[in-house]
Design a protein around this ligand. Structure first.
Ligand code: ADP
Ligand code: F6P
Length: 447
């Protein structure tokens, strides 16, 4: 096989230690390791200088990173409006907050054409191309139009809704038609595969869609969790607990993650199980994400208000029930925070997979593991049935699960964790990428 060409809107900065939060770059970084590859995408910057729309190349540890800037208009219309103000909520079943404008669609298509124009000169005939996520639905077709004959696969990291929801998108049929140019389409779960296959069918198209659940590199994360235990940050957190139990939540500040619902569930715990008052601390680490999009700004205001109100109502002179942070935390520190935690609270209203749930499991101490509370609506839920599964819309369900987790005997915690850990250790990021790429090579669709 020739090189692997990965294309995604978000590309990790190869030389920066603190990376933007998000599952795509975490999963893919593990997947490209050790493979001769080129990773093409957006630089994370925007500029109106056309020279900046040519790829900037940087080779680090065998991976060539090729990134381009977007213009101010493209950043607003392609990234903020169309990708994250429309496709993201649509795919997360939130049609009540979508905002469609034809001008945004025009720029979305323009950026996909720009990606193709800038990528094609970098390609070799024996490359295998792997396109990622909803920002780039039409990219495969744009590459075919430019004569690319290589195998092209597409993987969607987020959920894919049923036709009754998808059809709300005025260009749904056009996008699905474009997507038939891919040799292989992968999604996270069987439910997503079923929904997308059905959407093709409803548009009179035939395309197989397969589930490839993404994973992490559990060994590396576990090593980070152990090796960072004596860092100043982790020592400070440990000392501040003063033998109280730690509940942890780690997410981008995104309405799909069910963070207000989680806060309500935690408050229900304090009201219904008052024995936990002053004996527990809830640390929610939520770096701001997509801060230019109105629905994200509204969520931030809601959480600021809610965290403040819950603290005001329940705090004591020497105890604050919630520690709510909106900054990113370096990954290795986060790993040890997970290891210190007694409970992880992962409550998405809808999520493609949710790698945080897998990271929490990987970071645990086998002798004294913490308990995972996980939403039924995370893509990870079918694989992680030994977690305490909850419905995030029911704050009492969250409160009951929190009480169960906080009081769970050690042997039950161990038994549940061992099963979860086996899953996380078996379905790694490398296993996910290998499975997809083998199937892509086997595909014999003629574009
Ligand atoms: P998504 O891709 O929607 O953000 P995932 O749970 O699949 O959701 O992946 C999130 C990734 O981002 C995880 O690897 C997680 O560790 C990382 N992450 C989330 N929140 C933070 C944070 N506060 N600081 C650093 N990394 C974070
Ligand atoms: O994992 C889903 C995803 O949408 C990725 O495509 C994206 O990189 C990540 O979440 C974080 O979002 P953003 O790139 O908008 O910061």
């Amino acid at each position: 096989m020739g090189r692997l060409i990965v294309v995604s809107n978000r590309v990790p900065s190869p030389r920066e230690r603190t990376q933007p939060a998000g599952g795509l770059t975490v999963g893919l970084k593990d997947a490209v390791r050790g493979v001769e590859s080129l990773w093409f995408g957006w630089s994370g910057e925007y500029s109106d200088d056309v020279e900046h729309q040519k790829p900037n190349l940087d080779k680090v540890e065998g991976v060539t990173y090729a990134t381009i800037d977007l213009t101010t208009e493209q950043h607003e219309r392609f990234y903020e409006n169309f990708s994250n103000g429309l496709l993201w909520p649509l795919c997360h079943y939130r049609i009540g907050i979508i905002d469609f404008h034809r001008e945004d669609l025009r720029v979305y298509r323009e950026v996909n054409a720009l990606f193709a124009d800038q990528l094609v000169p970098l390609l070799r005939p024996d490359d295998t191309i792997w396109v990622h996520d909803y920002h780039l639905f039409p990219l495969g077709e744009e590459l075919r139009k430019r004569g690319v004959k290589s195998k092209i696969g597409f993987f969607l990291h987020i959920p894919f809704p049923p036709w009754s929801v998808t059809r709300v998108l005025p260009c749904a049929a056009e996008f699905l038609t474009d997507m038939t140019s891919y040799d292989l389409i992968g999604v996270q779960t069987d439910e997503d595969a079923h929904n997308m296959s059905d959407c093709f069918h409803m548009c009179g198209l035939e395309k197989d869609v397969h589930a490839f659940p993404i994973g992490i590199d559990p060994k590396e994360f576990a090593e980070q969790a152990i090796s960072s235990l004596e860092t100043p940050e982790v020592n400070r957190l440990r000392a501040s607990l003063r033998n109280r139990k730690l509940i942890i939540g780690v997410d981008r500040l995104d309405y799909s993650k069910g963070i207000p619902e989680r806060f309500h569930g935690y408050e229900a715990l304090l009201k219904r199980y008052p024995e936990h008052i002053n004996n527990v601390i809830f640390l929610q680490i939520t770096p701001v994400s997509r801060g230019g999009v109105a629905s994200y700004q509204a969520l931030r205001r809601e959480l600021d208000e809610l965290a403040g109100r819950i603290c005001g109502d329940h705090a004591d002179f020497d105890w604050t029930p919630i520690r709510y942070l909106t900054q990113p935390v370096p990954r290795h520190i986060l790993a040890s925070f997970h290891r210190l935690a007694d409970v992880a609270l992962v409550t998405p209203l809808r999520d493609g997979m949710n790698l945080v749930a897998k990271e929490f499991v990987a970071a645990q101490d086998a002798e004294n593991p913490g308990a995972l509370i996980l939403s039924h609506f995370a893509g990870a839920a079918p694989e992680m049935s030994e977690a305490l599964l909850i419905n995030p819309y029911d704050s009492d369900d969250i409160a009951d699960a929190l009480n169960t987790a906080l009081t769970m005997p050690l042997d039950e915690r161990r038994r549940r964790w061992e099963t979860l850990d086996e899953e996380v250790t078996t379905r790694t990021a490398a296993h996910w990428a290998h499975g997809f790429l083998v199937k892509l090579q086997e595909s014999n669709d003629t574009p």
